[in-house]
Design a protein around this ligand. Structure first.
Ligand code: NAD
Ligand code: UGA
Length: 464
């Protein structure tokens, strides 16, 4: 068995950064080097002030500070890190394809292939290559094909080790995961490679929570886990619409069903719709894979989760327009929250982007406040949709650093992220400075409706 002394991770993003920082923190005798093509990102990871690292996650700065410069390094020198490492994690992005065959559905594996080719060209000795990115089932086969044709005699073992962390709780999830999943080949070399990785995690994770499988089960389990999680959100959101029509309360329904231990209480919060870089991408990828095997019923079944999510976002925006007397033209709508969930600065696929887009079509003036998201990110998110000229987005959306200022003179407020601080605001003060009637649309069901109605707000929430 190879005792791992040097790890390289390609991709210093939301997964590579926190995952490797925790490995370095927990395994002081293993040198961990995280590399990325994005020099700006690497510079931010190396920033003298650890609070300036590029990803906001509770507890991450402390973990990075504990290991950086000791056995944790961030670099743009990809080749050197590959050369030195016995184990290489691939943690690059695998977005939905935006061109060619599978456009809008399949995972774009060009970054994965580039990594494999770079490893192939640099490696002079045997390496264990670990898929950390979320990949279509059987990707390891393609990676192996590329690596086995290097012509330099090096041997490679491919492991699948998907990551289950959720943003906002990444450090806690990594320190104390429900399970770690490692897939590898069944032959002797495969089992040895698995054992090398098990030994890394065993430094802080009880062995019974380290699950080993074959490669294909591991790859497919990751897509399956995300599909099941997203399905729960779409299921409760579907019920939220029915609740609104029938006088049932979605929070009460969620509580009632969640107490059934077969169903469980987690992941049953009705919302304006799930966001994040992965749920939609991974389900569409699953749909594409199913279709490519001719499994159309399987594909349709999972696609419905995304269709339902789009519907939930759309109906939230439509409801705002309808409630504001069928026009929001020239009206100020304040957004509390832009991130796709609380405790992260990540905005990828955030529901807020689509709500803003829909309201901009209706000529609303949008004022955004988010405690962690940068102004440039918000404009970039809107420009990415290509719905209108960039200048129009800048004209229609103003970003505030102070939430009370964002809400001042607004006709309505939409709560789009469940940041804790929103609950503790002086809502009377906010009401006093808004146009009347003052509307609040709580897309996260976090505010105290009774209190807000007493103040005078017209208050609407999801599923009630
Ligand atoms: P990300 O975009 O934050 O980071 C990916 C990084 O890889 C980028 O910084 C990019 O510059 C770099 N990169 C791309 N190609 C490269 C190359 N050839 N050489 C060096 N660097 C390269 O992405 P992420 O959110 O960290 O996601 C990475 C993978 O992990 C995806 O497959 C995703 O589905 C999966 N995943 C993400 C999460 C999450 O919470 N974000 C959780 C579990 C799994
Ligand atoms: C999700 C999974 O939870 C992770 O296990 C997985 O590793 C990750 O995707 C990934 O593969 O990227 P993440 O997207 O970071 O993690 O965050 P979640 O907590 O799952 O939330 C996703 C979205 O669903 C958010 O917009 C959240 O607000 C929404 N959500 C979640 C609800 O609307 N209701 C809920 O009950 C739970």
């Amino acid at each position: 068995m190879t005792k791992i002394k040097n790890i390289c991770c390609i991709g210093a993003g939301y997964v590579g950064g926190p995952t490797m920082a925790v490995i370095a923190h927990k395994c002081p005798d293993v040198k961990v080097t995280i590399v990325d093509l994005n020099a700006e990102r690497i510079a931010a990871w190396n920033d003298e002030d650890v609070n300036n690292i590029p990803i906001y996650e509770p507890g991450l700065a402390e973990v990075v500070a504990s290991a950086r410069g000791r056995n944790l390094f961030f670099s743009t020198d990809v080749e050197k890190a590959i050369d030195e490492a016995e184990m290489i994690f691939i943690s690059v992005n695998t977005p939905t394809k935006t061109y060619g065959v599978g456009k809008g559905m399949a995972a774009d594996l060009k970054y994965i292939e580039l990594c494999a080719r770079q490893i192939a060209s640099v490696a002079k000795n045997d390496k264990i290559v670990v898929e950390k990115s979320t990949l279509p089932v059987r990707t390891a086969e393609a990676i192996k094909n590329i690596l086995d044709n290097t012509g330099n005699g090096a041997k490679f073992q491919i492991l699948s080790n998907p990551e289950f962390l959720a943003e906002g709780t990444a450090v806690e999830d990594l320190l104390n995961p429900d399970r770690v999943l490692i897939g590898g080949d069944n032959d002797e070399d495969g089992q040895k490679a698995i054992k090398s990785l098990v030994d890394i995690y065993a430094n802080w994770i009880p062995e019974e929570r380290i699950l080993t499988t074959n490669v294909w089960s591991s790859e497919l389990s990751k897509l399956t886990a995300n599909a099941f999680l997203a399905q729960r959100v779409s299921s409760i959101n579907a019920m939220s619409e029915l609740c609104e029509k029938t006088g049932a309360d979605v929070n009460e329904v969620a509580r009632a069903i969640g107490m059934d231990s077969r169903i469980g209480s987690k992941f049953l919060k009705a919302s304006v719709g799930f966001g994040g870089s992965c749920f939609q991408k991974d389900i569409l990828n699953l749909v594409y894979i199913a279709k490519s095997y001719g499994l159309n019923e399987v594909a349709d079944y999972w696609e419905q989760v995304v269709i339902m999510n789009d519907h939930q976002k759309k109906r939230f925006a439509t409801n705002i327009v309808r409630t504001l007397y069928n026009t929001v033209s020239g009206k100020k709508i304040a957004f509390l929250g832009w991130a796709f969930k609380k405790d992260t600065n990540d905005t990828r696929e955030s529901a807020a982007i689509y709500i803003a887009d829909a309201l901009l079509y209706e000529q609303a003036n949008i004022a955004v406040y988010d405690p962690k998201v940068e102004k440039e990110t918000i404009y970039k998110d809107l420009d990415y949709l290509e719905s209108r000229e960039s200048a129009q987005n800048k004209k229609g959306v103003v970003v505030f650093e102070n939430s009370y200022e964002a809400c001042k003179d607004a006709h309505a407020i939409a709560v789009l992220t469940e940041w804790d601080e929103f609950r503790t605001y002086d809502w009377q003060k906010i009401y006093d400075h808004m146009k009347k009637p003052a509307f609040v649309f709580d897309g996260r069901n976090i505010l105290d409706g009774e209190k807000l109605r007493k103040i005078g707000f017209v208050f609407q929430e999801i599923g009630k």
